[in-house]
Design a protein around this ligand. Structure first.
Ligand code: ZN
Length: 477
């Protein structure tokens, strides 16, 4: 079978024109909408920004006039809306495989100050870079998905049925996605999608098509230790009343080795399967130092682990703990000689991809709350537990199709990468559709700065990725 019956060059040239003539303007209008995710904008329902973005994007999708395609905005009561574009198989297409293409339209807040000349809500193009909040994460996704299908239609390339789902709660951990997934499941019917293309991931470099094969899970817990009902002069209480900060330290040492950062709770540990070791070795050998990326570290800082594959695996398959917030402690400027009544720490754990996040949460919570030291009042609250993603091994047709698409459009074979971050809905998708194959890719590469200031979409990559998705859809068996 020919992996891509239409020459990738023909698809690429259609896609390039589409991006120049029709996508950049619409994507720029989307950048202008402050459609922040519900976690960052509790009044999203009243101010209507998410609804506005959904209308803009769905109207653009409908304007492509894909044969037989219905584009709808669906709105479940009290939830952010989702766009569903249902594109029937080309008449006479050989494949019966149904593909689900996923993206999201909600955004992170501006976060930090943007460099001069840039503004989170004004799209600015500098050569092949488009700056603005949401351009890369993940506004481009509907343009890539619909653009790929438009390229197939324009070149008479047959493809199977495709359902494009663009949700609007991803940056809050996708709490509103469930009912929309059920809608998609009901539409597609058994046996569900044979392929899921997720357009919300990253790329280690811009020189090839990257497939994310695993992501870590995440666990957020608050730990409170209370020793007094109000603060007492430390000259009176110090040495008698235990410091709540010390007790927090002591409790943290139950779950983390403070000298090495090793996580000690067995429910938070997992061994990476052999294919992940191989992928890390390949990536480290090919990309060298770039495989890990750059950290703004102080010059004397020693990183944990050994350079190369070991550090890649530490980031993607080892659990780690960060204290991301603390209450009950005044700023340094305001601190006085007092024995404070309590300390509350917000803990963020990254979990290995195959770990059951709920079990890990239970184990961490019970380890922290058992036998409170010196009888202090200890309270542990699990804020959020999100399972990671451990992709099923790739079917031969998909591995071949992604390699060929990558080679034709980027000039190199596709790459496989594991990510240290979390995309909660992937675990949901994988358990809902256990038979599905996954292509998890995206444009969040070096300098794209999603979630930070100066978010940037690399337009060359966005166009190539659009054409590559078209090639993969055309190759479905
Ligand atoms: Zn995203």
């Amino acid at each position: 079978m020919d992996p891509c019956p239409t020459k990738p060059g023909v698809l690429a040239s259609y896609v390039n024109d589409l991006w120049e003539d029709h996508v950049i303007d619409a994507l720029s209008s989307y950048v202008a909408i402050p459609c922040l995710s519900p976690d960052f904008d509790p009044s999203w329902a009243d101010n209507g920004e998410i609804g506005r973005a959904a209308r803009l994007l769905s109207e653009w999708a409908a304007s492509r006039s894909l044969p037989g395609c219905a584009v709808e905005i669906i709105e479940h009561e009290g939830l952010t809306p989702a766009i569903i574009a249902d594109v029937p198989a080309t008449p006479g297409a050989a494949t019966r495989l149904v593909t689900l293409l996923y993206g999201h339209l909600d955004k992170q807040p501006p976060l930090g100050s943007w460099r001069e000349g840039l503004d989170p809500f004004v799209a600015v193009r500098e050569g092949e870079r488009l700056y603005g909040r949401g351009a890369a994460d993940d506004g481009y996704s509907i343009f890539a998905a619909i653009g790929a299908l438009a390229a197939l239609a324009a070149t008479d390339t047959p493809h199977g049925r495709c359902v494009v789902l663009i949700e609007a709660s991803e940056e809050s951990g996708s709490p509103h996605l469930g009912p929309y997934l059920e809608d998609v499941e009901a539409r597609i019917g058994a046996p569900g999608p044979g392929l899921v293309v997720c357009l919300d991931s990253g790329c280690a470099t811009y020189d090839r098509l990257w497939n994310t094969i695993s992501l870590r899970g995440s666990l957020v817990v608050t730990l409170s230790v209370e020793v007094l009902s109000e603060g007492v002069h430390s000259g009176l209480a110090g040495g008698i009343v235990p410091s709540s900060f010390r007790l927090v330290r002591q409790l943290l040492s139950r779950i983390e080795d403070e000298a090495t950062g090793e996580i000690l709770v067995p429910e938070c540990l997992a061994e990476p399967p052999a294919r992940y070791l191989a992928a890390a070795e390949t990536m480290a050998a090919e990309l060298g130092k770039a495989a890990l990326g750059e950290f703004p570290a102080v010059p004397s800082l020693e990183f944990s682990g050994r350079a190369g594959a070991d550090r890649l695996l530490r980031r993607t398959w080892m659990p780690s703990l960060a204290v991301i917030g603390i209450d009950g402690v005044p700023s340094v400027k305001d601190g006085g000689n007092v024995l404070r009544p309590f300390t509350t720490a917000k803990l963020s754990l990254r979990l290995p991809p195959s770990v059951d996040a709920d079990r890990a949460a239970e184990a961490v919570a019970s380890t922290l709350s058992a036998n409170p030291p010196q009888g202090a009042r200890v309270k542990v609250v699990v804020v959020n537990a999100a399972r990671g993603f451990d992709a099923p091994p790739q079917a031969e047709w998909l591995a071949r199709a992604t390699d060929e698409a990558s080679e034709a459009l980027f000039g190199r074979r596709a790459g496989a990468m594991s990510e240290g971050g979390t995309i909660p809905f992937l675990a949901e998708l994988a358990s809902l559709f256990p038979e599905a194959q996954f292509l998890v890719t995206g444009v969040l590469g070096p300098g794209s700065n999603a979630h930070g200031p100066n978010e940037m979409l690399d337009l060359v990559t966005a166009r190539r990725l659009t054409a590559a998705v078209a090639c993969v859809l055309a190759a479905a068996p």
